[in-house]
Write a protein that binds this ligand. Sequence first.
Ligand code: BG6
Length: 460
Amino acid sequence: MSNDPVLFVIYGVSGDLAKRKLLPALYSLIEQDVLPEQYSIVGVSRQSDYTVAQLVQDTTEYLPDDSINHNALTALTQHLKIVHNPLTSKADLVKLKNELSDESSQLGQDTVRLYYLSVPPAAFSPLVQLLGQTGHNQVFANETTPPRLLVEKPFGYNTQSATELIQAADSAFSESQIYRIDHYLAKETAQNIMTFRFNNALFESIWNSRHIDTIRISAIEQIDIEGRANFYERTGALRDIIQSHLLQLLAITTMAQPERLESASIHAQKIKLLQAIQPIAHDQVASRAVRAQYEGYLHEVSNPSSTTETYARLLLSINNEQWRGTNIVLETGKALDRKETHIEITFKPYHQGAQANSLLFMLQPREAIVLKLLAKQPGLTNETRSVQMDFDYQKSASSKSAEAYQRVILDAIRGDQSLFASGQEVLASWRIFENVLQAWSKQSEDMQFYPKGSKPDTIL
Ligand code: BG6
């Protein structure tokens, strides 16, 4: 990686994501000594009494290990600054720009400036427009690369609002400056899907509907909404996980081979794939979309008539030559019996009545690739039994997998957009679910209810 200085600006630094994900990831990068020598982290807060000490204390709770590396924590603290700014008027943004310009020139020549935006969707467009109007989108005198914007989801609530957000961002920043985070793409196994597919001749020739019966992508969580009632009431399981993370995983699992394994080629294939997914039609909603809510949710969000789903499962199909006929199932839910994310590829049985082979990409908590095959039972009979070839990352690797946000930050510093979602991809994703979202907002008779801790396969 280049050693150009980095100025990392965090909007919404007192918010949840900054202290749960971003700062712990920066701490780990400092610990591993992979950040450039010169770097500065500026947190922008609307709370006039929020301090660095408070931020570090809040972050400590979410640091990865029990044993804290005090040198890394001290370095993080020393490189942190908090700027108090309401961010509402042009004057506020001009003041901030002057402060950041000073900070950038102190860091030195060729500083790379990154803005991390974790703000509510309603605040996004006005803020991005103000950034543009006040010159934050331009290079400062000592800089040579245009500043980059790292954006957290949700990228809208439906096609229309996503279009508006994308247009607002485009009016101030070019697509090459915008990094829409999908932290599932940055998980170790997700990155390995492309390596696995495009480097092993064994699989690519059977990667199609002639050989694959079902692709099931499942991300289930044990945690409930953890008090985030406002956020979740407007989001729900489909928007929160399926529209973003699971569709991105589906895209890298099923896209055609990119010309090169680099950002532009990967995005070109992902967008083709997403556009080939058949949107669920109005009259298919009942048969292809399942939703459920955990018991106690209504009380938790203080809304007795809430129809927000905490579990969703969708049956999709991809309308292209390679995949027509393969069942695609995407599933997610909160307050279930375990935390587990995996992609299961079930092949068609070799002959009628035979057991099917399957390939499992396990993203979390265990990171592994498991191939289920049939083999002969040892001994004098010809009985077959199911065996597993299991590649477990932790057992076989000498180094630890990096937490997704560490990868997100490093790629943004390097200027590599491969693991981020493009504006076109976001729009193609919303289109698929538009009819489901509309149907679900109008009636709720199909809603099922499940006790917390349920197994997902009990939701029918
Ligand atoms: C986020 C969702 O994108 O992903 C959360 O907004 C969810 O609701 C989280 O809990 C899960 O992420 P991970 O990495 O723990 O699987």
